[in-house]
Design a protein around this ligand. Sequence first.
Ligand SMILES: [Zn+2]
Length: 314
Amino acid sequence: MRLDRRSLLTGFLTAAAASALPVGHAVAQGGGLRTGRYTYEGLGTVNTHWVETPGGGLVVVDVQRDLTHAREALAAVRATGRPVRAILVTHGHPDHYVGLGLFKEAFPAAETWSSPTTRDTIRDDTYGFNAFMRRAAPGDFPDRLLLPERMLAPEQTVEIDGLTVVAREMGKAEANSASAFYLPQTGDLYVGDLVLHRMHGLFVEEATTEWLAALDRLAVLFSGPRVVHPGHGASGPTAELLGGQRDYIVTARAIAADEFARSGGTEEARVRVARRVTERFAGYGFPAGLPDLVGLSAAGLFREFDRPGRGPAR
Ligand SMILES: [Zn+2]
């Protein structure tokens, strides 16, 4: 099966309609700087994170998939009583950037940062999400998307209101680009969708080899992060979250390789992969709200195996 773009898009939209209870919270972290998170239960749950700055403000990471959830995330941020000094966008999937204009309107002085690839992906509508969502949910999607204004170099350290943010471009993996943000003052690591905590992964980029390599790099790149903050799912200890993501990818690949070797990339094989992965990771959530997210990912793995120089073994 080829990736069915329409079902992918519909899934993102379905997620928009799947709002349930917001579960924002704030927890104390190292360095006396507290972190917080806004999210909600159900299909398509996605995180907006924030961390306090020494200067009395906040840095926000990712800003929701639609205006409804972006408004709720903004309300949670406002409840801290602190002004937003900067907004960081981890990658160019719409569940992470749609609320950028809303946040900027509320905090006009906030800097907005992303990698150039992420900015271009939003601007060019590389995945076709923006046009689709404007048609499908016109009231819940901005007429004009705000683009991140400040571009991150592949390796860059920025000071924001006294907070040191070490930014690294991690390359193509879950999306066509991924930025990781490490805070050496507190030991917090923000990774976008390079890590999904107890959530099914999206393998449509045909880049699981690169994704595994990115996880290896994360493990050695930063000097001992204490807490990983994923794009989807709860924050948690570094080893547990990196190890969990690695296990998910390696296991899903092994299952797909087994079926691929037996019967090639047939529709029946794809369905078997989806069933086995879903059973193996029972209870895992669906970050994109896609009813057949695991099936789409199975198709992505088959396409990846089919590429010259690839193959199911690693
Ligand atoms: Zn996401």
